[in-house]
Design a protein around this ligand. Structure first.
Ligand SMILES: [Zn+2]
Length: 208
């Protein structure tokens, strides 16, 4: 069985209190697990609850971690993601062929002077890959029985949305996407068409 979970989907900073009790207020993290492995999108503070669950498993799944972009609220949970310090975990970091390389982007927040351990010193088997294609012509790939598609969306310093098609349904994850570029809007609407679930994580009200 496949399971899609929203671990964090609100705001640029995590928060607590009664005002956040209903929907929570962890920064972005989503996961899609199949019998063959675990896909994680973004490593905001929402990834910490997922980390606890993974640490309790006697045999961890193969993990592929995808990033929509490198803004702090989407990566700030990674330095505290416990599996990255465990030799028994294998983590493939997958980023779209738009924007900076994952290794150089993450090394800015995951290492001295901001964090004591550089990502290269973590104990898990961490590897880096890029999604195929280009920003102008993205290509999909298959992993864990899931077809992973990506689509550039409008946001400063570039950002991508992901689409996951499985034998039991499809989901699109689109964080921080802004309107205002008709061509990008058109491409995104075609990309997301007929998905069973659309996660549209946004920050501003229409009036803003
Ligand atoms: Zn952003």
């Amino acid at each position: 069985m496949n399971r899609f979970t929203i671990h964090g989907a609100r705001g640029s900073m995590s928060a607590s209190g009664r005002a956040h009790a209903r929907y929570g207020a962890e920064t972005t993290c989503f996961s899609l697990e199949t019998p063959r492995g675990l896909l994680i999108v973004d490593a905001g503070t929402g990834i910490l609850g997922l980390a606890d669950a993974l640490m309790r498993r006697p045999s961890p799944p193969d993990i592929t971690l995808l990033f929509t972009h490198w803004h702090l609220d989407h990566v700030m949970g990674l330095p505290c993601f416990s599996p990255i310090y465990q030799r028994r975990f294998r983590i493939r970091i997958l980023s779209a062929a738009a924007g900076p390389e994952a290794e150089s982007a993450l090394s800015r927040v995951f290492g001295p002077p901001l964090w004591p351990v550089p990502i290269a010193g973590a104990d898990a088997a961490v590897t880096y890959e890029r999604l195929p294609g280009s920003a102008a012509a993205p290509c999909a790939l298959r992993r864990y029985g899931v077809r992973i598609g990506w689509c550039p969306v409008l946001h400063p310093q570039s950002c991508v949305a992901y689409r996951f098609d499985t034998e039991c349904g499809s989901v699109v994850v689109a964080t921080d996407r802004e309107h205002g570029n008709p061509e990008m809007d058109r491409r995104f609407f075609a990309f997301a068409a007929n998905a069973d679930v659309l996660v549209a994580d946004a920050h501003y009200l229409p009036s803003e």
